[in-house]
Design a protein around this ligand. Structure first.
Ligand SMILES: *[C@@H]1O[C@H](CO)[C@@H](O)[C@H](O)[C@H]1NC(C)=O
Ligand SMILES: *[C@@H]1O[C@H](CO)[C@@H](O)[C@H](O)[C@H]1NC(C)=O
Length: 188
C-alpha cells in the first residue's frame, strides 16, 4: 500500500517549491557552497559581506552568520547594538576598538585589542565598538555570529558622541532588499 502515498508526497513537494523567491526561505539547498553565495560591499569601500545564514534572507529568528572580508584600511563604523556578537578571525589581522564604559553618556576613548588569525572575541551587548583592518598588507576575514536578527545598529560619528545622539540604521544595509518580505519580529 505504501506506494500509493508517493504521488501525494511529490505533489506536496512541488507545491512548496513554487513559493520560492530570492528573498524567501524556500528554495535553498541544505548544503551550500559559500563561494557561490552573493557578496556585496553595500556601499562600504573595502568590505565584502556575505550573509551565510540570515533573518531576512532565510527566516532565522535567533541567530545570523556573516562572512566579512575587510581590505587593508577598511573598517566598520563605530557602532553598538543590543545583540550578542561573536567573531572568529579566519584570515589576516587588525584591531578591535572597544569602549566598555557604558555607564557614561558617551563611549569615550576605546581600548585597543590586536586581533589575529585564529583569534576569537565577542562584543558585550551595547558596547560601542569598531573592527578595523589595520594591517596594510593583508585582507582581514571574519566569521560573525549575532543574536536577535535583523540587527538594529546605532552609529556614532566619533567616540565622544553621546549615546542618545546616535543614528539608528535599521534595516541594516544587507537586510534592506529583503526586509519587506521577511516576517516581523517583536522588539524586546
Ligand atoms: C564552490 O564554488 C567555487 C566557485 O564557484 C568552485 O570553484 C568550487 O569548486 C565549488 N566547490 C565545490 C565542492 O563544488
Ligand atoms: C586554530 O586553532 C586550533 C586550536 O589550536 C587549531 O586546531 C587550528 O588548526 C588553528 N587553525 C588555524 C587556521 O591556524
Amino acid at each position: 500500500m505504501a506506494f500509493l502515498w508517493i504521488p501525494f508526497f511529490i505533489a506536496l513537494h512541488f507545491s512548496t517549491a513554487v513559493e520560492s523567491s530570492h528573498c524567501a526561505v524556500n528554495g535553498f539547498p541544505i548544503v551550500r557552497n559559500i563561494s557561490e553565495i552573493p557578496q556585496d560591499n553595500y556601499g562600504r569601500q573595502g568590505l565584502s559581506h556575505i550573509t551565510v545564514a540570515g533573518s531576512a534572507l532565510h527566516g532565522f529568528k535567533e541567530i545570523e552568520v556573516w562572512l566579512q572580508t575587510f581590505a587593508p584600511g577598511a573598517r566598520t563604523p563605530i557602532h553598538r547594538h543590543s545583540c550578542e556578537e561573536i567573531f572568529v578571525v579566519l584570515k589576516g589581522s587588525g584591531t578591535l576598538y572597544l569602549a566598555s564604559n557604558s555607564h557614561k553618556n558617551y563611549p569615550g576613548s576605546p581600548q585597543e585589542f590586536p586581533i589575529f588569525k585564529n583569534s576569537t572575541f565577542f562584543v558585550p551587548v551595547n558596547d560601542a565598538h569598531q573592527v578595523w583592518n589595520t594591517n596594510e598588507h593583508e585582507d582581514l576575514q571574519v566569521l560573525v555570529v549575532i543574536s536577535r536578527p535583523p540587527v538594529k545598529v546605532f552609529i556614532y560619528g566619533d567616540w565622544n558622541m553621546p549615546h542618545t545622539a546616535t543614528r539608528l540604521k535599521f534595516p541594516y544595509y544587507w537586510d534592506e532588499a529583503c526586509y519587506q518580505t521577511s516576517p516581523t519580529k517583536d522588539e524586546l
